[in-house]
Write a protein that binds this ligand. Structure first.
Ligand SMILES: [Zn+2]
Length: 283
């Protein structure tokens, strides 16, 4: 039985209530909205995003062309369901494959990336414009109709500061597209420590559909669209077939959609939110 420990107000729901240890105390979790955060181990050094991280030291290779282009195409199709070609900034663009796809679709693109190695890859190999640095620091020089951040918010020191920076980059009525791991997913609950989306060495924050929605609302954004996808959603068909033997029957029972998306039980949580057109701000 868990012991409740009060550690102050929740980042997402502002509930000043008990927070529970989760996964043997490696994480803590808000009992109000489900937001989790990693408890740093003593002596732990901050996560580094060097070449090793982006070539499999993290958890996947960001420079593999075929799967990254497949993934970029799926994300672009999802984004294009709400917004057409316009000015787009991607925070944490890694190797730049999404920027490449968006530019081909007619968007005017700029990336921001903290890793020197990834920035160099995006600029030199794909020829997309990327500024090296932290998004929150580069943001004042940027203006866009769309801000994207795929698998970034779970890494940042302060998600609220990140959302404020995105707000300031966006024109009124502009769109914010985010994707993060979903710790409320069926697989996360079943696999616990072994869930590939957990990554406590790198992920400071662990979002649920509710906690991310509350965080966005508190930052003044209007939530337009939210769903989840399983990891396989972003894998090319040949890859999925080769890995089919790993799938458990329960995966299929939970997620039988041929599109590999689900309202809330998939591994990856996706939201599209909007900065309101008027000047009000909930911040
Ligand atoms: Zn909370």
């Amino acid at each position: 039985m868990s012991v409740n420990v009060s550690v102050g107000a929740c980042l997402s729901c502002a509930a000043d209530q008990a927070h529970q240890p989760y996964l043997d105390g490696r994480l803590r979790r808000c009992t109000g909205c489900g937001l989790g955060w990693t408890v740093p181990e003593s002596g732990q050094t901050p996560a580094r995003y060097d070449l090793d991280y982006f070539t499999g030291g993290g958890y996947e290779d960001y420079f593999l062309t075929a799967p990254r282009r497949f993934e970029a195409g799926r994300r672009l199709r999802w984004l294009s369901s709400v917004v057409g070609p316009s000015v787009l900034v991607e925070a944490g663009c890694a190797g730049g494959y999404f920027l490449e796809a968006a530019r081909q679709a007619g968007f005017a693109v700029t990336g921001v990336e903290v890793s020197v190695a990834a920035t160099r890859f995006a600029v030199d190999r794909l020829g997309v414009p990327v500024q090296q640095g932290h998004f929150e620091q580069v943001a004042p020089s940027l203006r866009a109709d769309v801000v994207c951040a795929f698998h970034v918010l779970e890494h940042v020191a302060d998600p609220r500061a990140f959302l404020r920076a995105a707000w300031d980059v966006l024109t009124p009525g502009g769109w914010l597209a985010l994707e993060v791991p979903n710790i409320a997913s069926a697989a996360a609950r079943r696999l616990g420590h072994d869930w590939p989306g957990l990554q406590p060495r790198y992920h400071r924050w662990h979002f649920t559909p509710e906690s991310l929605a509350r965080l966005l609302a508190a930052a003044g954004f209007d939530l337009t669209r939210q769903d989840t996808a399983v990891f396989r959603y972003y894998m090319p068909l040949g890859y999925r077939v080769r890995h089919a033997r790993r799938l458990l029957p329960r995966d299929w029972l939970d997620l039988r959609s041929p599109r590999l998306t689900h309202r809330r039980r998939g591994d990856l949580l996706r939201v599209i939110a909007r900065r309101p057109r008027d000047t009000r701000s909930g911040r």
